[in-house]
Design a binder for this molecule. Structure first.
Ligand code: UDP
Length: 227
């Protein structure tokens, strides 16, 4: 996490638009059948291991990786850094009302952190120019996009030059968690690397991700990963 935060701070200093991906096993498997997504992963400026599966795969290939850097944890840490350094943060995604609630919760947890705007993630195509203008005018340093993987990363890639935000990060269901709409797995599940099991039990639509796990394990064992 400290390495990832250091890189993000460097990106903010440099000011060039960058994409940060918080990757889980399902995302990696998806890259094998979604060429646009695979290309995006290759061109991402920073990829963090969002799931214990990715940590396992990296350690297996000999990388001395510290541990998970989940999007949800990184978003919290970035708000802490915003408190200290005044980084401007914009929240985009979730159902109407979620980003606003998340902004309130984050400001309560990290008083003084600078949330400079928020928008829900269900805007129509015709509304998109307005959303883009709002973000660009707010001049954030960090844009947290919570629209699910890989939709959020593809959206960032399409618009990052126009937005000019130094750091854009796809953070999945993170705003739901901060808004209190979704619950994070208990610490015990997180420590055992079973956060995914908790999420599936609460949301059976996540089953698709679980079904990709055997493919992921085979990919790693056969060393066929795309990273
Ligand atoms: N979402 C959105 N716009 C869409 C589709 C989804 O803002 O068009 C939001 C959805 O409300 C949820 C998040 O994207 O808050 C996806 O969360 P999920 O946990 O499914 O993402 P994952 O972590 O699996 O990528």
């Amino acid at each position: 996490m400290s390495d990832a935060l250091r890189r993000v701070q460097e990106f903010i200093r440099e000011g060039v638009p960058r994409l940060v991906v918080t990757l889980d096993a399902g995302g990696l498997v998806l890259a094998a059948r979604d060429p646009e997504w695979a290309k995006l992963l290759e061109s991402a400026d920073l990829i963090t291991p969002d799931s214990s599966g990715i940590v396992w795969a990296l350690r297996r290939s000999g990388l001395a990786i510290g541990g998970r850097v989940a999007g949800c944890d990184m978003a919290g840490e970035l708000c802490r850094l915003s408190q200290q350094h005044g980084y401007r943060v914009y929240l985009l995604g979730g159902a109407p009302g979620v980003a606003e609630k998340a902004a309130c919760a984050l400001t309560a947890t990290y008083p003084g952190c600078s949330i400079v705007g928020f928008d829900h993630g269900y805007f129509q195509e015709a509304e998109e120019p307005e959303v883009l203008s709002r973000i660009a005018n707010a001049k954030p340093d960090i844009l947290l996009v919570a629209m699910g993987m890989p939709r959020q990363e593809k959206w960032i890639a399409r618009h990052r030059e126009r937005l000019g935000v130094p750091v854009s990060i796809g953070v999945g269901g993170t705003l739901d968690v901060f808004a209190g709409v979704a619950k994070r797995a208990p610490r015990a599940f997180q420590r055992l690397g079973l956060e995914w099991l908790w999420r599936v039990a609460r949301n059976p639509r996540k089953m698709r991700k679980v079904l990709s796990l055997p493919t992921f394990v085979l990919m790693v064992l056969r060393n066929q990963s795309v990273v």
